[in-house]
Design a protein. Structure first.
Length: 419
């Protein structure tokens, strides 16, 4: 009980200022300021103690260090409804025409890591990082987004990754992280979906609920040739406690697990003072019923909250990340990157995804590290995810269309202390 209380305190302290947002689905494009500046391409090339977020094996190559930073993240999201029916027939669900913008456009997302080299071959560390997540809040004007007042969701997610890494040769390592996950969730303005819910009293406006869960991540990283590094990493499904306050919303009585994730990458240093890194990441959203189940026909054959209840209908995502780093001199390093992942929402799933318009596909990034001394460095990062739209028909309102749109910008800064 005392251990769980300690973790709860840490979790609240870490996510209190970090309402979650959508990016690659609900995962960030990169973790930590340094890797984010290279579009998150870090599976084969680790440089700070947030490395376990991408590949636990990378902690074997970073030495003794502590890193702490914060990202300011600004997502701009809206939806537009066209068409409708002045006298909707029974069994339909029409939205008020017009455009609504989500509130809350600036968030702070912290990260922290530490690593200790125990001896020549073994190290122990910890990485603490927040996920991308989901956040929307639409105002109550003209009845609200769904005719039930101010509407939206807030999903905040945190990982704590204690990590052991073993360098079994001079240039090869494996790593293992038992993952402790914490998330909390709130939904508002969804009571108009009550007719479709297995428990309308646990559907909306229940305040914040939280859940803990566990899993693990393993990885390998090493040198293939003098100028080529490689890495692979696998994260299991993280089995989470149910959101009991929202068991009438999410499939499987409030279940919201984390999906499997696979990553593989290369990093090449064949040009003096330069690194090129390429990552391929695959996220299995379709395996999580509350996320992957389609809205139709599920909402017609099972109620919200049932085992086969309607979800957000997300497809799996595969993301390609390309990063570049230039060591200008002993004290100055520059970075840039680009990533692309086809957004996970089919156009027939636009109704429920008004709550989670995770449509951005491209991320363009830049960053730097300035070394002040042998034991102190500061890093910065900026990114831009261009606007992306998705338009489809309202599945419960024949003749009505819904268009989702989002773009994002962000800045991050961190300090690294080497000892």
């Amino acid at each position: 009980m005392q251990l769980k209380l300690a973790f709860t305190t840490l979790a609240f302290a870490s996510v209190a200022s970090a309402p979650a947002l959508a990016t690659n689905g609900y995962f960030k494009h990169g973790y930590g300021t340094i890797s984010s500046g290279m579009a998150g391409a870090a599976t084969a090339f680790s440089q700070d103690s947030i490395a376990a977020a991408s590949n636990p094996a990378g902690m074997a190559f970073i030495g003794n260090r502590v890193d702490a930073g914060v990202e300011l993240f600004s997502p701009r999201r809206k939806f537009t409804v066209e068409g409708g029916n002045a006298t909707p027939p029974p069994g339909t669900f029409y939205l008020a025409p017009g455009t609504r913008k989500s509130r809350n456009n600036l968030f702070a997302i912290p990260h922290f890591g530490a690593n200790r080299q125990l001896n020549r071959d073994h190290s122990l560390g910890v990485s603490v990082f927040a996920n991308g997540g989901l956040n929307t809040e639409y105002g109550s004007s003209n009845g609200g987004a769904f005719g039930a007042g101010s509407a939206g969701v807030n999903l905040e997610q945190l990982f704590i990754a204690p990590t052991w890494s073993w360098k079994f040769t001079d240039n090869q390592a494996i790593g293992f992280s038992p993952l402790i996950a914490y998330q909390r969730f709130e939904a508002k303005g969804l009571s108009s979906f009550g007719a479709f819910s297995s428990n309308p009293d646990a559907l909306s406006n229940r305040g914040t609920d939280d859940a803990w869960g566990y899993g693990f991540q393993i990885g390998w990283q090493g040198e293939v040739t003098e100028n080529l590094r490689a890495g692979v990493s696998w994260r299991t499904i993280l089995e989470m406690e149910e959101f009991e306050k929202y068991e009438g919303l999410f499939a499987e009585q409030g279940d919201f697990d984390f999906p499997q994730m696979f990553s593989a990458g290369f990093a090449w240093s064949g040009i003096q003072d330069h690194w090129l890194a390429l990552d391929l990441q695959h996220i299995r959203y379709s395996e999580i019923n509350s996320v992957g189940n389609p809205f139709l026909p599920n909402v017609q054959t099972a109620r919200l909250g049932d085992d086969d209840g309607a979800g957000f209908g997300w497809d799996d995502m595969t993301i390609v990340k390309l990063g570049w780093q230039w060591q200008q001199n002993a004290s100055q390093t520059w970075r840039a990157g680009v990533s692309y992942g086809g957004q996970p929402i089919p156009d027939e799933e636009v109704l429920f995804n008004i709550l989670a318009p995770a449509v951005p596909e491209w991320h363009f990034t830049g960053g730097f590290t300035h070394t002040f001394s042998d034991d102190l460095e500061v890093s910065g990062m900026a990114f831009y995810a261009p606007g992306k739209s998705l338009k489809g028909d309202n599945p419960l309102g024949p003749g009505q269309s819904i268009e989702l749109r989002m773009y994002q910008i962000g800045l991050s800064a961190s300090l690294g202390y080497l000892f």
